[in-house]
Design a protein around this ligand. Structure first.
Ligand SMILES: Cc1ncc(COP(=O)(O)O)c(C=O)c1O
Length: 444
């Protein structure tokens, strides 16, 4: 039986829901990343490290809310806080004490944030950050790095040089310089251009570390931007509260001018934030009529600092600030990566490796570049790392892992939460072993 036949056999109700979803959503999904062939699984319940699909299959979950769920699904303190709050109202259309408490909880982890604003998502956070950077500096151009992801809005949608995206105005992308993640190129560009407002980056490296960068890269970018009086916008939407309570900035000893946050910040509910220097944030403050007309930037948003998200965020950050969940998730994540690589070596699965940063992991299976199993060479091309290896192999692998009860993000990466257990990690490694064995059997 093929992997796909078995998948269809195990997921008949997901297949039916997919047919219904096709009547409503393009390709039947509400997020590009959730699309897969022959159809995605539909989930009806989740708890801790697990989720259950509509066919009753239990899956060890490594999506963990696209990285939002450091504490796993429905952790008790977050559930209690949300239940308490929902009784008291979900939207006041007014200021409230919880938003202040939430801001203080964020600052307990990121003490460098002198001021902040809450948004509804990470996309909105980077959007607002760019507007702030341009208003503060009066300069038009923003530098970003190829392959780094900062949300889907027009201002940062272009992720490769010369790539025009359908629906995005060329004029909008003219305000963007997309560079390779090279300190030399950055240094040269900063020396040559005097219209740069900010440099934005994912401090982990492109797409939560798919093409990893050492913390020294962030330190160097900080030094270069400071020398040139250019703002540094650190996108810690994924890494914030995860690699350390204060994100990569804390680990690297770097203070950015602006920081974008989302995911963990809102405890699994929709939410984001931008924080940074008070003088930059002054551009969000009201002043006299002349200031308001020419300098104040607009920021509205029905769900900014929504009380439910605030309650969830406060409860999650209270745990996150201790550093304990990060340590636990990182230890388990490292065990998972080591376990995957041991299996790859045992199967002599060439040109394949697992890698990552603590609780964040990635898989490259069947790379075009040849290397020994489990030993990712440095400097692999961005496109290859993002691709994650051989597409046909990946497709079979993803189906096989789902058939054996493991849901990896897009079949090639994932987030370990503090709710995962050594037993769940062992089970995942065994599933990996079985999946690779089956793939071997069916292709030889
Ligand atoms: C680094 C980074 N920035 C921004 C975003 C956008 O966040 P959101 O999906 O909440 O809009 C993401 C989403 O995955 C991200 O990974």
């Amino acid at each position: 039986m093929t992997h796909e036949d078995r998948y269809r056999e195990l997921h008949p109700r997901s297949a039916v829901l997919y047919e219904r979803a096709l009547e409503h959503f393009p390709s039947g999904v509400t997020h590009d990343g959730r699309w897969m062939q022959p159809f995605p699984i539909a989930v009806e319940q989740a708890s801790g490290a697990y989720k259950w699909d509509v066919d009753g299959n239990r899956l060890i979950d490594y999506w963990q809310g696209h990285g939002a769920l450091l504490l796993g699904h429905s952790p008790a303190p977050v559930v209690a806080a949300v239940q308490r709050q929902v009784e008291r109202g979900t939207h006041y259309g007014a200021s409230h004490a919880l938003e202040i408490e939430w801001a203080a909880a964020v600052k307990a982890c990121f003490p460098q944030l002198e001021r902040l604003r809450f948004t509804s998502s990470g996309t909105e956070a980077t959007l607002l950050a760019l507007r702030l950077a341009r208003a503060y500096t009066g300069k038009p151009t923003v530098i970003r790095f190829a392959g780094h992801f900062h949300g889907w809005h027009d201002l940062l949608a272009q992720d490769l040089p010369d790539r025009l995206l359908p629906g995005v105005l060329r004029q909008v992308t003219e305000g963007l310089l997309v560079l390779p993640a090279s300190l030399d190129v950055l240094e040269r560009t900063l020396a040559e251009c005097d219209d740069i407002a900010a440099v934005v980056l994912e401090p982990s490296g492109a797409t939560y570390g798919t093409q990893p960068l050492p913390d020294a890269f962030l330190q160097q970018v900080r030094a270069l931007t400071r020398d040139r009086d250019v703002l540094l916008l650190c996108d810690e939407v994924v890494t914030g509260f995860r690699v350390a309570p204060g994100g990569v900035q804390q680990r690297a000893g770097v203070v950015a001018d602006l920081t974008a946050l989302a995911k963990i910040v809102a405890g699994g509910l929709p939410g984001g934030a931008v924080g940074g220097r008070a003088d930059i944030f002054q551009h969000l403050a009201f002043g006299d009529a002349a200031w308001n007309a020419t300098h104040k930037i607009i920021h509205l948003g029905t769900y900014n600092a929504n009380p439910l998200a605030a309650a969830a965020g406060i409860a999650a950050l209270e745990v996150a600030r201790t550093g304990e969940p990060q340590r636990r998730a990182a230890t388990l994540g490292t065990q998972l990566i080591d376990g995957f690589n041991a299996v790859l070596r045992r199967h002599n699965f060439q040109s394949s490796a697992a890698y990552g940063d603590g609780s964040i992991f990635h898989l490259l299976l069947g790379s075009e570049t040849s290397f020994a199993p489990g030993h990712l060479p440095p400097d692999l091309p961005l496109a290859e790392l993002k691709q994650g290896g051989d597409p046909q192999l990946q497709r079979n692998f993803r189906l096989a892992m789902l058939n054996h009860g493991v849901d990896l993000m897009r079949g090639k990466s994932g987030f370990v939460s503090a709710a995962h257990t050594p037993d769940a990690i062992e089970t995942t490694i065994r599933a990996f072993d079985t999946a690779l064995g089956e793939i071997r059997e069916r292709t030889t």
